[in-house]
Design a protein around this ligand. Structure first.
Ligand code: ATP
Length: 370
């Protein structure tokens, strides 16, 4: 039981003074020691949620519990939460050591100067900034400032660490390095962490779990694997994955799922998880990730022509290990991924095979029906 529901967010709501309903109703729980990413597009309410957990914003409804205790009427300074802001918010006139020590030199839990210095140095060692102790923040690189902000957030040994887009000011290569460091650090310290990002790759790479937001609601709360392999709705399928998922308009006719230039018998779709049957005459969106739409690169005997799709390649993009082949089907842009050994030219006419067990079908409301 100890491990369960360290943080519980229940029917949380926030309507700003201007009437904007930023959080409609959000519920989720976080296990002790987990690193959980709040993921979603700009404006979906990630920062608003984080600020309510920190106590910087008052909710207009719902509750936030930590270890079973409501935080709603607890002052931010008494919540025992560390917060790393997007812009780091370091004190420019203080040295790195003074910045990291600062939380220990003010307020209720104030320590002696020597004690504060000792604790600060421990966290500076953990974040690899000991040698910067006497520098001012203005002289530091983005990555170094980031580490100082993390050390300062951890120095009071909070129960919870909140990080709002902590990597957004760093260049791409440094972002990859620092995100590995952050994951290693929070796991070493063992602190329960909420990490806000709009970058799905970042969330997949560091999150024990990911809470996917859209328009002030939670769309899916899951492991990265499940979010990628079992999206619960069209929004989740479209938001996760790079290159983006392929979407095909289809209609159910005479027990077949029929798209432009391809069809499958419904009986060929065997995912047991979705009991809701496809409705005769209804239109749907059939989605498949580009790596599961495979071009047939050799002369293979096609036994059932229906399962295949033919297309002319319009463009090819190299993305490191793989190539993205781009083509149009029924007016929609689609993509297929192949490895570099296969040579393909623009204008080539190819046949693609759907990996049927990795096909998803969404109804016109975006809900998953297969
Ligand atoms: P981003 O990644 O762009 O920061 P976010 O998911 O963190 O996005 P929030 O900052 O939580 O989103 O904002 C959610 C919505 O609430 C947005 O539409 C935003 O414009 C609006 N909003 C945020 N702060 C206020 C405010 N003080 N008053 C009114 N509306 C606000």
């Amino acid at each position: 039981m100890e491990n369960k529901k360290f943080i519980e967010v229940k029917d949380l709501q926030k309507t700003y003074d201007n009437g904007h309903q930023a959080i409609k109703s959000v519920s989720f729980s976080v296990n002790k020691g987990d690193l959980v990413c709040l993921l979603g597009p700009s404006g979906c309410g990630k920062t608003t949620t984080l600020n309510m957990i920190a106590g910087l914003l008052a909710p207009t409804g719902g509750d936030i519990l930590v270890e079973g205790k409501s935080m709603i009427h607890v002052e931010p300074k008494d919540r025992n939460i560390g917060y790393v802001f997007q812009n780091y918010a370091l004190y420019p006139h203080m040295t790195v050591l003074q910045n990291v020590m600062f939380p220990l030199t003010v307020g209720k839990g104030k320590k002696s100067k020597n004690e504060a210095k000792k604790i600060a140095k421990r966290y500076m060692q953990l974040t690899h900034i000991e040698e910067l102790a006497d520098q001012k923040p203005g002289k530091l690189s983005g990555g170094q400032q980031q580490r100082v902000a993390i050390a300062r957030a951890l120095v009071q040994e909070p129960k919870i660490l909140l990080m709002d887009e902590p990597l957004s000011n760093l260049d791409a290569r440094l972002r990859l390095k620092i995100r590995e460091e952050i994951r290693a650090l929070v796991k070493e310290v063992g602190i329960t962490t909420l990490f806000v990002t709009h970058d799905q790759e970042e969330a997949l790479s560091i999150g024990d779990r990911i809470i996917l937001f859209n328009e002030g609601t939670v769309q899916q709360n899951d492991t990265g694997d499940n979010l990628y392999l079992e999206p619960v709705n069209q929004f989740a399928a479209n938001f996760i994955g790079n290159p983006v998922i392929d979407n095909f308009k289809v209609k159910v006719e005479n027990d077949y799922v029929v798209g432009k230039g391809f069809k499958f018998a419904i009986t060929d779709l065997k995912n047991e998880r979705f009991k809701k049957t496809l409705q005769e005459g209804q239109t749907y969106t059939l989605s498949v990730r580009p790596e599961n739409l495979l071009p047939l690169m050799t002369e293979v005997k096609i036994e059932n022509d229906d399962h295949y799709l033919e297309a002319d390649i319009e463009d090819i993009e190299l993305i490191g290990r793989e190539r993205v082949l781009k083509f149009t089907n029924d007016g929609n842009s689609e993509r297929s991924l192949i490895n570099l050994e296969h040579q393909v030219k623009r204008g080539d006419h190819l046949t693609f095979s759907f990996k049927l067990k990795r096909v998803y079908i969404f109804d016109d409301n975006g809900e998953r029906v297969y």
